[in-house]
Design a binder for this molecule. Structure first.
Ligand code: DC
Length: 211
């Protein structure tokens, strides 16, 4: 069983994907963390994220088991990740790992949940269930702002909204694997939904597909 969850930045995909994976006992892969880790490695070496040679080398050397989850969660790495993610060779270098995870989930889990931008369109076009999770840019920026505030950061909400828009534009307009819903994806707009209501709505979609 493969569940693909795509959508723009800060739409709540990660929270939802984790809940779904926990509910069914499936393995979970946050594919954004792979692009973030590539960007982080490039910047740690003092290179610019637009340096395609450095980005490809980092993607080829990526060890998904050794990602520093704390270091990759900054807004700066998020922006840099969307730059390296627009490079086809970088995407190609981490495609096989993602497919292998989906088809052979760790610890023999009976299924896998992957979230990202192109899971339903490119990585797992035959996924059993595809969800495209969205929310308005304002709602997404507000959620991200609350999250950052909770961890002691004081970035203005307007700045976060600008960053959300900038990242959406880059992810949607890139030539390679742009962020678009798969033709057979179920759309889930969480703008007016709580975390619990989003989870219930996603479960209802998954169960209707399985029935
Ligand atoms: O979901 P996230 O914010 O952690 O993703 C970081 C960046 O990685 C995002 O701006 C686009 C890119 N990404 C991608 O291109 N394809 C994916 N499957 C996942 C993320």
């Amino acid at each position: 069983m493969i569940i693909a969850i795509d959508g723009p930045a800060a739409a709540g995909k990660g929270t939802l994907a984790r809940q779904i994976a926990g509910h069914f006992g499936y393995a979970y892969l946050d594919t954004g963390s792979l692009y973030r880790a590539v960007a982080h490695a490039v910047m740690r070496d003092g290179k610019a994220p637009s340096d395609s040679g450095a980005a490809l080398a980092a993607a080829e050397q990526l060890d998904p088991g050794a990602i520093d989850q704390k270091a990759i969660r900054t807004a700066e790495i998020g922006q840099a990740a969307s730059i390296v993610a627009a490079m086809q060779p970088v995407r190609d270098a981490i495609l096989a790992f993602q497919r292998h995870f989906a088809e052979n989930p760790p610890e023999r889990a009976p299924g896998a949940v992957l979230d990202g931008r192109d899971i339903g369109t490119v990585v797992c076009p035959d996924a059993d269930v595809k969800l495209f999770v969205t929310a308005s840019p304002e709602v997404r920026a507000h959620r991200r702002w609350l999250e950052l505030k909770g961890s002691g950061s004081s970035v203005p909400e307007a700045q976060i909204l600008d960053e959300v828009r900038e990242r959406d534009k880059r992810d949607q307009e890139r030539a390679t694997s742009p962020l678009i819903p798969a033709a057979d994806a179920h759309l889930l707009d969480t703008s007016d939904l709580s975390i619990e209501a989003s989870f219930e709505a996603a479960l209802a979609i998954i169960e209707s597909v399985q029935a």
